[in-house]
Design a protein around this ligand. Sequence first.
Ligand SMILES: [Zn+2]
Ligand SMILES: [Zn+2]
Length: 315
Amino acid sequence: MTGARSGPSQRHALQGEPVVPSAPSTIDLHTHTSRSDGLLRPSQLVAEAAAAGVRLLAITDHDTLAGVRDVLDADNVPAGLDLLPGIELNAITADRLDLRESEVHVLGLGVDPDDDELEATLALQRRRRRHRFERMVRRLRDIARPIDDALEALPATGDEDALGRPRVARAMIAKGYVTSVEEAFSMYLSRGRPGYVAREGLGPIDAIRAIRAAGGLAVLAHFSEAPERPDLIRELQAAGLGGLEVYYRTFDALTVEAVAAVATEASLVATGGSDYHGDLESYAATHAALWVPPTVEAPLRTALAAARTGTAATR
Ligand SMILES: [Zn+2]
Ligand SMILES: [Zn+2]
């Protein structure tokens, strides 16, 4: 794999044949809003997804359910759209330095947005994010790339918002240091580059447990290495992993096929999504290239229901 590995979603882009959607996708189980590192406000995102034809949408902001709550509290779920509460946890795999940035990302689909224990875990993750963010800003200042004034000009973030590298990247673009989020990652913000600061936080087993305890389905996100890492898949599955993100928007056709085979073999539910952040194009343009087959829905619903009742039984 020699694909560009810099930006938040581009780094998963592979070099083979692109997936050609058979029809407009009605399912998108991986999206970000301005409550974490996306650009669209939560209400905008759900409106644009519904307008593009999505009927089952998960908002999966990093370490926060604030975006989901914004939409639910304001009664802003468009007619005909089923909004699934979700999160994405970037879990540290310090013992596996061969994995990209020593991280795997775990999606929690269908988590209870009112679960106090999950909220406490997320709040701790957000504090660690803020700390890492501040260290990155300091590091950039030390190498004569200050971004403080540009950060102030970006939309404000609240206590429930999860700060991420794309925000640093956008401030760097505003300052003229780079021209894209991808360039900011590849020159400054990825491991080994001068603005990089290692993440602190949960490991994958604890991330999966936190999701399960809140009634959610734990899904390994955009893990194109899955076919080469059956050991890791088995280990995570033993800890409660229930799904694998097979239909990831920037996977090429062969990768989708290979990751789908892993899901089938391991009896993991196949999910799919755009990982939309909003830096490169409109939601509609991203959606036009997304293929999540409708056959994903029935097994997903069964697994979500089992995850919910599993919580009730073990508590
Ligand atoms: Zn991710
Ligand atoms: Zn994501």
